[in-house]
Ligand binder design. Structure first.
Ligand code: SF4
Length: 91
C-alpha cells in the first residue's frame, strides 16, 4: 500500500468516526423523526422534483419549506396531497 493510499484510508476512517460522533450527538427525538427507509425519501423527492411549485433552491412555494429536509421527516406531508406522512414504520 502506497503512502497516498494509507493517507486516504486514514482520512476515510477519520471522516467516518467524525460522522458517527455527529450522529450520536443528535437528540433522540430528532433521530426518531427521520424516515429510516431511503426508498420513501427518494419517492417523495422524485415527486417534488417534478412539481411545478418547487423552486430551483428546493423550496416549496405552497408551504415554504426546504424540501431537502422536509422529505426526510416522518410526520410531514405535501400541502396539496401529492405525498402523505409516514405511518407505522418499524423503529
Ligand atoms: S411538497 Fe407538494 S407542493 Fe411542495 S414541492 Fe413537494 S410535491 Fe410540490
Amino acid at each position: 500500500m502506497s503512502n497516498l493510499d494509507k493517507i486516504l484510508k486514514m482520512q476515510k476512517e477519520f471522516s467516518l468516526k467524525n460522522s458517527i460522533k455527529k450522529i450520536k450527538k443528535i437528540p433522540q427525538h430528532i433521530k426518531d423523526a427521520i424516515i429510516p427507509d431511503i426508498a420513501i425519501i427518494h419517492m417523495r423527492k422524485d415527486i417534488c422534483d417534478s412539481c411545478e411549485f418547487l423552486t430551483k433552491n428546493h423550496r416549496c412555494l405552497k408551504c415554504g419549506c426546504l424540501m431537502n429536509l422536509k422529505v426526510k421527516l416522518k410526520h410531514t406531508s405535501c400541502p396539496i396531497g401529492k405525498w402523505d406522512k409516514v405511518k407505522n414504520l418499524p423503529q
